[in-house]
Design a binder for this molecule. Structure first.
Ligand code: AMP
Length: 202
């Protein structure tokens, strides 16, 4: 099953993704994790980045500020990942796509492989609850991009650049919105129900 998992920062996507990949037995392809790993390892990113440490520093700076990394870099990185053999039978995309050009590139990349997305799961939680969750996470994890200012910026970036994707996927008839309020177990059983309704959870 080829799934995109969407939702604003703090919605609980990380927790739910982990449960869902265990349940569906598909790889968890998380752009944020991949970018953080590249950043920590000092790896270069994207086709134009090799050898240009200054560009990588700039990418890292954008991440720390809660801004998006340029589409070209992310699209290339994800295209390479999705072409690997473990993604042939399906995957759970987490944090990608985040912009309309990324979504269009993803569709094109899948079409080139003769496939398409099965479903887009969108977790929905009210904004006050989101902010509370993000501040709580900032206290327990050491993420350079989890300060109050960057949290607000990331929520704004989501509203401006990522939320329009909901309409894009709604138009494609593959969007399923899931209530993200309640315990992780309650939310996960809603997600399972949607996967079952899609009839392709195996
Ligand atoms: P995440 O762990 O998904 O919240 O991602 C952490 C940071 O990585 C984001 O705030 C962005 O700076 C960057 N990032 C992750 N995924 C993308 C993407 N699809 N497009 C652009 N930037 C991204």
């Amino acid at each position: 099953m080829r799934i995109v998992f969407m939702g604003p920062p703090g919605v609980g996507k990380g927790t739910q993704s982990q449960k869902l990949v265990d349940y569906l037995q598909v790889p968890h392809v998380a752009s944020g994790d991949m970018l953080r790993k590249a950043k920590q390892g000092g790896n270069t990113l994207g086709p134009n980045a090799s050898g240009h440490a200054a560009l990588d520093k700039e990418v890292a700076r954008q991440m720390d500020l809660g801004r998006l990394v340029p589409d070209t870099i992310v699209v290339e990185m994800m295209g390479r990942r999705l072409s690997q053999p473990d993604c042939t039978a399906g995957f759970l995309l987490d944090g990608f796509p985040r912009t309309l050009p990324q979504a269009e590139s993803l569709d094109q990349c899948l079409a080139d492989h003769g496939t398409s997305l099965d479903v887009v799961l969108a977790l929905d939680v009210n904004p006050d609850e989101l902010f509370r969750r993000l501040m709580a996470r900032a206290e327990t994890q050491d993420r350079a991009d989890d300060t109050e200012e960057t949290i607000r910026r990331r929520m704004q970036v989501y509203r401006d650049q990522t939320e329009p994707l909901l309409d894009y996927y709604r138009g494609g008839g593959i969007l399923r919105t899931i209530d993200g309020m309640g315990s992780p177990e309650e939310v996960f059983s809603r997600i399972q129900a949607v996967c079952r309704a899609e009839g392709r959870e195996e």
